[in-house]
Ligand binder design. Sequence first.
Ligand code: SF4
Ligand code: SF4
Ligand code: FES
Length: 493
Amino acid sequence: MAKVTIDGIEVEVQEGINCIEAAKAADVHVPHFCYHPSLTVVGQCRMCLVEIEGMPKLQAGCSTTVRDGMKIHVYNEKVDKARKGQMEFLLINHPLDCPICDKAGECPLQDYSFNYGSVNSRYEEAKRTYPGMDRTPIGPHVVQNMNRCIHCTRCIRFCNEVTGTDELAFFRRGASTEVGIFPDTPLENWMSACVTDVCPTGALTTREFRFESRVWNLDSTDSVCNGCDVGCNLFVNHRNGQVFRYRPRVNSDVNDHWLCDYGRFSYERYESDRVVVPKVRTDDYLGISTWAEALDAIADAVQGANNLAAIASAHMTNEEASAAKQLFDSIGAKTSLMVDPIGPIKMKARTEWLLGTQAAPNFRGVSTILGGDTASDADKLMTNGAAGVDLLWICDVDFSERAKDPAVVASLRQAKFLVVTSWDANHPLAEAADVLLPGAIHVEKDGTYTNLQGTVQEIHQAYPPKGQAVVDLELFRRVSARLAAMAPAEAAV
Ligand code: SF4
Ligand code: SF4
Ligand code: FES
């Protein structure tokens, strides 16, 4: 450990870390562009200059490691002057088109321009531009505006050091240097949109979020990706009950600073029509009902059933899975769990690669709660059919992609009575149900998921479920209350 003094505050930090990281221990921010904690240090932008007592010149905070006894000045007149000079260089050519730039509001260059930029430029020459390169799609998700680039190389280093795909490089020389892709080699690795996170300007933005919303008009909720069992930590950015984007939330043990493209854009599926009211089938017509009518229909079906089965979902939270087990055990339903194998999806934690192999976030948690390997039971129902089952309860239509297959729907529909919870109004199982219950999507829930490492992680509700939809905990509570209210003679089924 090393004792260092940052702007008069003494802190004890790991010997050998750089001045930027050491300053964080004293809650002091060292302005920087090219430094990124998960990429190699290149010392290019010179924005991180600090004064170290005993050293005649200012030092780059990113490439200077701390030693015991060091006295570092992040904010003083000398450093301030150097920083202003550096910003003057960076802004010679930058368009400062913040009013039409998607990065505005979360852009280090914009923030530092306020703090260290000058209102007037001493340069009379016209700004250098990159004609025709102000809205260039360089991959399926990333759009480049080269005029905004400050040549920090974070994006290039990301593709070299994290994904190892090397799609991006510098081309040309001097003031004309540009970031680009090689001919016929688009930026399409599986984590390509992470370059938009590491870019400290609006030079790289995602096609999906471009011009969708100013960032300060979005609320942010901490959550976990439900794309696979890695369980990457993310922020849900949303407004008025609509998700606008997912952004990575740093967790060095799981996803570090990253999200894969599949997970990052997985919220787009929620743009499908939602189930917002319960429905009950009468005379072969699935019509809108009240919750009370739906619960009555379920209670009637449970009353007359001898052979009951339920298929849980690895999209359920641990709390929902526990409530489901309690309910289904109480009515004697055999509960199984099915999830689709995928990938593997590779995700880089700070020190290792994690391999997501299940297409749902909580296979480990739900299967532990249900106990044992129950996948074969679900598989039998889907493959051999549910004939002979008096009541089959599908807890979530997302439990398997196979559930969209008409043959599988027909198999499950063989059950005498089919209860389905779904958020997706267009899902074929929703249309096949005898009772359809409106379910919540994961950004509408509070709870926990257990990822493939066994780490229990919290998700938080970004906004309430749509219409009359409820989270599973409330759904199971209502069903349990209705069943408990049955006359003793009724309940003795
Ligand atoms: S595009 Fe962004 S991340 Fe890449 S070099 Fe330019 S400013 Fe840096
Ligand atoms: S690796 Fe899995 S959990 Fe992480 S972002 Fe991708 S799909 Fe989501
Ligand atoms: S952050 Fe240190 S030189 Fe760029």
